[in-house]
Write a protein that binds this ligand. Sequence first.
Ligand code: FUL
Length: 453
Amino acid sequence: MIDFLKEAAGVAPSPRQLMWYDTGFYAFIHFGMNTFTDQEWGTGKEPESLFDPKGLDCRQWARVLREAGIKGMVLTAKHHDGFCLWPSKYTEHSVKNAPCKRDVVAEAASACREEGIRFGVYLSPWDRNSELYGTPEYNDYYCNQLEELLTQYGDLFCVWFDGACGEGPNGKKQEYDFPRYIEMIRKYQPGAVIFGGPDVRWCGNEAGSSRVSEWAVVPGELYELADIQTGPGPLAGEGSLSYMGCTDGLIGSMSSILYSKGLAFLPSEVDTSIRPGWFWHSQEEPRPLKKLFQIYLGSVGGNACLNLNIPPNRDGLLDERDITRLKELRALLDKEFGTPLKAKVEKIDGKYPTQPVYLVTLDKPVPRVKYVELREDISKGQRVESFRIEYAGGGDYPLFQGTTIGNRKICALTDPFAEQNRLLDDTGDQVEQIVVRVTAARGEVFIKNIDLF
Ligand code: FUL
């Protein structure tokens, strides 16, 4: 059992997964036929004449993202309605037959390059326009389109596979040839992560919720496309994991990996929209700042990445209401996490490599510490199972008790939105030292960083 946990501790990310962690916060751009029909899922029968974003300006999208500290864009090159935002050779249902004849994918890709953010594509496998859908030939069609996207628009950081799968005109569901798609992505874009494939998994909901314990190391058999790095867990065969999927709350926990048939490094992306819908609808308003901030804490600050959708409107521009909200979010993130408090970090107990203790001493005492940000050196794998944060000498009253850390764990010691916090404010005390105690881990712990805010 112990040996297997040590093995689990060594399941490590690929360079492309490290690049993805480094991207951290990126944005979905849902734009297409639905923008003009006020729908979320088009039928595929919409006339091309409807796609007419007169003020289209992808540079505006990329600029807004960069100014909000968002480091990448994932554009819906084709959604379920099959309408292509680039002039694909393989269909008539694209921008080439629309009043707006522009290659939106090309414009978005070059806007991202100019603004210095990463670019990726979403190509819906479900296509309600293609006559071929539901037949083996559809896989050729899909691969042809994928090839266009992989070869004509420069480096991609992400290819996003949507799991949605409906019925084709023949009443049949399509069998997607994912191994073939993946091989092609690796061939042309070896640096890109594949979401919904071997590199990044769905967090399991579209609301922006995150797990209390987010493990990047998960049972491999649940994600057959992922690269399995260990042998079976010690209890494999005695139980069944078939009940578990992306939506399970305990993925990667000890109880799930002991029964696994092998482990894979497959971290989670939290994908959600700034508005209720994925596409732009005039009546919808952006979600409250507080909600977006919490989503950020739970995702970027919870060993996942955040893919926040910001949908352009019918002019082809991001909506001023969303821009305002993004500016507010940026200002709040800068205020809370702009500069860490100056402090010295010492390991004060390293006797047990799985239970190190750190003392953080601030240069100057402060009335309160609002957040502690912890980072494991994720390149070595994910190890911490539990930790606590205490005032030095105040071990009976933990300020925070946590489970996983992973790439980045932001621990909010107080309610960020409370007017005042009784525990910290009423005492009038000053904080000078904080202790971070790892209480359990799967292997030797490598804490890369401890910051206080
Ligand atoms: C889902 C789709 O059905 C939604 O329209 C949206 O694109 C979301 C990101 O994925 O599966």
